[in-house]
Design a protein around this ligand. Structure first.
Ligand SMILES: Cc1cc2nc3c(=O)[nH]c(=O)nc-3n(C[C@H](O)[C@H](O)[C@H](O)COP(=O)(O)OP(=O)(O)OC[C@H]3O[C@@H](n4cnc5c(N)ncnc54)[C@H](O)[C@@H]3O)c2cc1C
Length: 469
């Protein structure tokens, strides 16, 4: 059956079974759901905005029966093209399923629907002094289903780890419409394979997540933000070593280059309060002990650091407003780069101790290739997770830029491999990093990937062509 006939058939099957406002069918209404933050986009066959698990199950089963491919999506802030339409698939967007239950104080968990926005979950849990410790600049738009499906990282990984540590139950819907509860929120359950962990990071290729039980921690009691200007990558490493020995718990250790700061200052009109400029900047967030003594120890530590030859300038935020301002510099980078020009993103990962060595070689490689583009470097230094963004110069054209990026990528991937790293630290594979997956996984692993996919979705209809072909 051709696509148009399948579409008519699907609408007929669902007529009267789901409310009318669940379906979007005009090209204009559907268009915004065809892409994500990568700016890649396609035209969906139809878009469904379900309000319940039953509706999700009915839509998936109907698509399965008609062999229509489906792309699940959430806040569409993904940076790898995981939610992008490539061949007129149906989009199943979970944003309307955003209910959040009361916090379970005894279990320290909260049950949410997958369309709950990350920051709204934070606000809900903060009322009980608790926190779902997934913190990323897109938190005002990204959703729990998307966070789980990408195994999101963010700025608190150094303290809390990735999303996969913070979930103890999932409700999923299979492509055939079966609804399955995974682990029922149990803290301990050693009865065979951990299907939750298979779902986390699966990028919507195995099943659709409709609900999740999230694990919570106590909100940090006494947070402080510090901001430093440094002259080199080596200096960042020295500061990090000093911080690792410091009298506090590190909650975030983020870095960015002067070029990134300039982009934020010019595109978003934000300002650094440091008196001296550096080649690089570090934003460090820490949690102090509650007594007065911990503040004194911090000030002593800061004095020593500011006297050290590797720090050009530094400050300790004096108020929550100042703390937000410093975070605004870091969190504005992705947005200001997107406002600058075309960009190709590399979300790399190496062992923390290899970060400086890898970055120096990556920068040298980029410089030696003399591309019509600039390199913006920033990210999660404390996790060994630097983001390399290649940004087109104004004088260049789109085609040359794409070719330049392809050439750079061909050299960068082997470099990442040489340093024992990964080409996707936290954004997932989606469409953009498929070649890396084939290059870095053994044939035996790829065979297991395919067997797992076939077990969940034998017709290969759920988010086809993402992660691997
Ligand atoms: C400014 C900015 C900063 C960012 N910073 C970070 C960062 O620090 N760390 C980080 O890890 N990421 C970061 N990201 C990337 C992005 O925000 C994350 O990947 C986020 O987890 C995606 O959530 P989403 O709801 O937007 O998912 P979407 O983009 O909608 O989808 C992402 C993937 O999940 C699948 N999916 C979505 N919902 C479901 C569901 N319910 N069931 C099954 N599959 C589903 C989709 O098919 C797709 O493959 C950033 C993005 C932006 C724009």
């Amino acid at each position: 059956m051709e696509l148009k006939a399948k579409k008519e058939q699907l609408l007929k099957i669902l007529q009267g079974k789901i409310p009318e406002d669940v379906t979007l069918s005009t090209v204009e209404d559907c268009a915004p759901y065809g892409g994500d933050w990568t700016r890649l986009s396609g035209n969906p066959l139809l878009v469904f905005l379900p309000k319940s698990t039953e509706q999700v199950a009915l839509i998936l089963k109907s698509c399965n029966d008609l062999k229509i491919p489906v792309i699940p999506s959430g806040g569409r802030t993904g940076l790898s093209g995981g939610a992008v339409v490539t061949q007129s698939e149906v989009v199943l967007n979970l944003s309307r399923m955003n209910r959040i239950s009361p916090v379970d104080i005894l279990g320290r968990t909260v049950r949410v629907q997958s369309g709950a926005v990350t920051e709204v979950v934070h606000e809900h849990c903060a009322k009980e002094g608790l926190f779902w410790p997934i913190d990323l600049a897109s938190k005002g738009t990204s959703e729990v289903g998307g966070n789980l499906s990408t195994n999101a990282g963010g700025v608190r990984v150094i303290r809390y780890g990735m999303v996969r540590k913070w979930v103890s139950g999932l409700q999923i819907v299979m492509m055939n419409g079966n609804v399955i509860e995974l682990n029922r929120g149990l803290e301990k359950n050693n009865t065979g394979y951990d299907l939750i962990q298979l779902m986390v990071g699966a990028e919507g290729t195995l099943a659709v997540i409709t609900e999740a039980t999230l694990k919570l921690v106590r909100l940090p009691q006494k947070e402080q933000a510090l901001f430093f200007a440094l002259s080199s990558l080596e200096s960042i490493r020295k500061l990090f070593e000093k911080a690792r020995r410091g009298p506090f718990e590190i909650l975030a250790f983020e870095f960015f280059s002067q070029r990134c700061l300039t982009a934020v200052e010019t595109k978003l009109n934000r300002r650094s309060k440091l008196e001296s400029a550096g080649e690089f900047y570090v934003l460090m967030e820490i949690e102090l002990g509650l007594g007065q003594e911990s503040q004194v120890l911090l000030e002593q530590w800061l004095e020593e650091v500011l006297e050290a030859d590797f720090v050009k300038d530094g400050l300790l935020a004096q108020s929550s407003v100042e703390r937000r301002e410093i975070w605004g510099l870091r969190e504005g980078i992705t947005e200001s780069i997107a406002l600058t020009s075309e960009v190709r993103k590399y979300d790399t990962s190496v062992a923390v101790s290899n970060t400086v060595g890898f970055l120096k070689e990556a920068e040298a490689l980029f410089g030696s290739m003399k591309l019509g583009a600039d390199l913006y470097v920033f990210g999660h230094f404390g996790d060994g997770s630097p983001h390399l963004n290649v940004v087109k110069q104004d004088t260049g054209d789109h085609k040359t830029f794409m070719e330049d990026c392809d050439r750079f990528e061909k050299e960068l991937y082997p470099l990442i491999k040489k340093w024992g790293g990964s080409a996707s630290s936290e954004h997932g594979v989606g469409l953009l990093k498929k070649s890396w997956v084939e290059m870095s996984r053994s044939p035996e692993e790829m065979a297991l990937f395919r067997a797992i996919k076939a077990a969940f979705d034998p017709n290969h209809l759920l988010n086809p062509g993402k992660i691997f072909d």
